[in-house]
Design a protein around this ligand. Structure first.
Ligand SMILES: [Zn+2]
Length: 396
């Protein structure tokens, strides 16, 4: 899965006239780069072939087991994307993919993927808007097409693009691999990345979001990466894989922060975005955290859980904190897990499974009666538990 830790980005199209009609302007100063026209269609055979493959890939994505169908989440992301891209709204389609890595991508035909791991890591709507604006930048500036045209062996590329056709109905892992592979074919140059960042920042400012949130998300990712390596007793490599397709993360963070300061207008009110982000995420955060915990990234996951604690769901976070320790299983971890489960259960939002985890952990440490009591509590709270038979067996 290492390659899927990259922030895969695609984005191909082609036209070339300045299109200010979408309410999109350019903050980079100097001459304005051209944007593709709304409702753009491919203009030559190369591009038509590319779009055709992307449309087939999109069909696979539409039917993928990994797709999250929740109408509220999909509507929110589609509406937000439309607010950000303005007149280009009909050209972009958003798909939410359930996978715990930080990633978003935009295909040449306007197919946009947002991965659940990215949603889990956005601290507010402004950060999500920064990512969408960045992807929009790749799309509207036709970075993917430029990249495609610079690739010498187009035949090889087209063969790879054809691969998803063979895996309709394949396993989730295979599907994910295919989607990731398409995206990696278009790793962008630093120039393209900087341009997309600048573009995203401009959109952020225009829409009244706090521009500094664009650099904040990178600061968080760098801190998570450091925590992940520190927990494994390793020094952070100078440029880990997660950032392999992007400019040096620290440099990017600093460039974005400086650009945000430059773009911020004195006296204008900016915000981190409306509370609707937290409301839409609420029904999903447990599942997203569950996926994250299963990565067995001890330091990174604890960092992430800590970074979420200001959002006010101490019971749920406490349960997952316990799970992180339980899964690592180093000496003393089970006691730590028990302690976190107990802390979590003091809050009304602790999920019922906290009792189950606590019960099994207590039994394992020899406190059998307290463990059984916790398991009985779990069964009492979840009459429809799918693992009821197994838990009842443990109680005998
Ligand atoms: Zn990018």
């Amino acid at each position: 899965m290492r390659q899927s830790r990259r922030h895969f980005l695609t984005g191909l199209c082609g036209c070339g006239v300045l299109c200010g009609s979408g309410g999109l302007a350019w903050a980079g100063g100097g001459s304005l780069p051209s944007l593709l026209a709304p409702a753009y269609r491919p203009s030559d055979s190369d591009e038509r072939g590319l779009w055709m493959q992307m449309e087939k890939a999109e069909q696979d994505l539409r039917n993928s087991n990994l797709r999250i169908h929740d109408p509220a989440l999909n509507k929110y992301l589609t509406d937000l994307t439309c607010e950000i891209v303005g007149n280009y709204c009909p050209d972009v389609r958003v798909y939410v993919v359930r996978t715990p890595y930080f990633n978003a991508s935009m295909a040449p035909n306007g197919m946009m993927q947002i991965w659940s791991g990215l949603l889990l890591r956005c601290r507010n709507e402004a950060q999500l808007a920064a990512v969408i604006g960045h992807e929009a930048g790749h799309f509207l500036r036709q970075h993917g097409l430029q990249q495609f045209r610079s690739i010498k062996s187009k035949t090889a590329l087209m063969n790879v693009l054809a691969l998803p056709l063979a895996v309709v109905g394949g396993s989730a892992a295979v599907q994910l691999g295919q989607l990731a592979m398409i995206a990696t074919m278009f790793s962008y140059s630093r120039e393209h990345e900087r341009e997309a960042d600048q573009f995203g920042l401009q959109l952020l400012e225009e829409r009244g979001y706090q521009p500094s949130e664009a650099s904040a998300i990178w600061r968080q990712l760098v801190a998570e990466r450091d925590a992940s390596f520190a927990a494994r007793g390793k020094k952070t490599p100078s440029e880990p894989l997660i950032f392999a397709t992007h400019p040096q993360s620290a440099e990017r963070m600093e460039t974005l922060a400086a650009a945000a300061a430059g773009i911020t207008k004195p006296g204008r009110q900016y915000s981190a975005g409306p509370d609707r982000f937290a409301a839409v995420m609420k029904p999903h955060r447990g599942a997203f955290l569950e996926d994250q915990v299963k990565l067995n990234d001890f330091g990174g996951t604890l960092y992430l859980i800590d970074s979420l604690k200001d959002d006010g769901w101490p019971g749920e976070l406490g349960y997952y904190r316990g799970e992180v320790y339980r899964r690592r299983g180093d000496p003393g971890d089970l006691q730590q897990a028990i302690s976190h489960y107990r802390t979590a259960l003091a809050f009304p939002d602790a999920p019922a499974v906290t009792h189950r985890s606590l019960g099994y952990a207590l039994i394992k440490t020899g406190d059998k009666e307290a463990g059984r009591q916790a398991l009985r509590q779990y069964l009492a709270l979840t009459p429809d538990a799918t693992d009821r038979a197994m838990v009842e067996f443990s109680l005998q």
